[in-house]
Design a protein around this ligand. Structure first.
Ligand code: MRU
Length: 351
């Protein structure tokens, strides 16, 4: 285990407050659904799989004090809380996937007592958390095969233990293949610096040789032959394989294609959104301009400067060498290969 990003303890959710890293490792406490909404929105908890788990617990926090006596009234509350949590961040599919899973168990158990349904919701959140641990390790195993011995890997943002429950997707591959990896280049990932603050911290903690670079250094590293492989995570993958991930990912994929470097996306099946045809339909979150205008507490530009701050961009499928999932690899992703893997039954017969 690399970190314990999110846990259920003393009847509440504890999650590492990622805004404070690497200076401080401190858990934030969530007691209500509002606490959880705020934690997701303000990036105390972030990373697609982690916010999925957080969202599922958020539903329980919202309903546990419910006074509803009959299913209809209870269901109205569940719907309201799910809609509320769904408004915290728009891009990562995993949040909606987890909320839909919770809604599904509520509906399936509508004949039970309200007190029992509440327990079932909490149990489902625990299950989603446990599954994430296994999923990330399976992604690590499938992806590790793709890493050549003695290679240098570049990653962007943070798709590590902090972005999941404890192991990571892109970093899960790096952790599993660590003996074969000479060095990891970590993009700092402006504007929120998930690479500099979080990925650097995780790799150091694991004793994996890592070098931090500014985002604009990646091109010349590739030109100099210093990058053998690129691995990133994903927030939402459309039916054709177009992939939304942290802003800057698209640029890296173009650079990788120009320099003939394999470009891998590591993501669980819960990140796929087969209901949308291509990347143009993925909702892209636009965040507060202060993230761009300031570093820490300091303004780095004019206070009234006009800025754009899209948190994600979309990499077209044709620039992706393979998508690494817990159910196997999707090489040269296309609609059919994606459907085959996403609909493949996993070992326990679950879809
Ligand atoms: O805005 P963030 O920090 O939530 O963005 C996170 C990313 O873009 C990650 O790469 C993605 O969620 C994959 S995490 C396994």
């Amino acid at each position: 285990m690399t970190v314990e990003t999110i846990r259920w303890k003393n009847n509440r959710v504890e999650l590492i407050d990622q805004r404070l890293l690497p200076a401080k490792l401190k858990y934030a406490i969530c007691v209500t659904d509002k606490d959880m909404w705020t934690a997701i929105r303000t990036l105390k908890v972030r990373g697609a799989p982690a916010i999925g788990v957080a969202g599922a617990y958020g539903v329980y926090l919202g309903v546990r004090e419910s006074k509803a006596k009959v299913y209809k009234a209870f269901r109205r509350e569940v719907d309201r809380i799910i809609e509320y949590l769904a408004r915290s961040r728009p891009t990562a599919r995993n949040l909606f996937w987890a909320l839909e899973r919770v809604l599904d168990v509520v509906e399936k158990n509508k004949d039970k007592k309200i007190s029992v349904i509440k327990k079932i919701i909490l149990r489902e959140a625990h299950t989603i958390l446990k599954e994430d641990k296994k999923t990330c390790r399976a992604i690590g195993r499938y992806g590790s095969v793709l890493i050549p011995r003695g290679s240098t890997v570049l990653t962007h943002c943070n798709a590590g233990g902090l972005a999941t429950v404890d192991y990571g997707t892109a970093l899960g591959v790096i952790f599993t293949a660590r003996k074969k990896i000479k060095r990891v280049y970590v993009d700092e990932t402006r504007p929120v610096l998930q690479g500099a603050r979080l990925t650097a911290w995780e790799l150091k903690k694991q004793g994996i040789p890592a070098t931090l670079v500014c985002d604009n250094m990646a091109a010349s590293l590739m030109a100099d032959g210093e990058v053998d492989t690129i691995i990133v995570g994903a927030d939402r993958i459309a039916a054709n394989g177009d992939t939304a991930n942290k802003i800057g990912t698209y640029g890296l994929a173009i650079l990788a294609s120009y320099h003939n470097i394999p470009f891998y996306v590591a993501a669980p099946v819960s990140t796929f959104d087969l209901s949308i045809s291509n990347g143009r339909e993925i909702p892209i979150e636009e965040r507060d301009s202060l993230e761009v205008k300031k570093i820490g507490k300091e303004y780095i530009t004019l206070k009234d400067m006009d800025v754009r701050n899209p948190a994600f961009d979309v990499t077209p499928a044709k620039l992706i060498t393979a998508i690494i999932t817990e159910r196997g690899l999707i090489k040269s992703p296309c609609r059919k290969r994606i459907r085959d893997v996403v609909n493949r039954q996993d070992a326990r017969g679950k879809k």
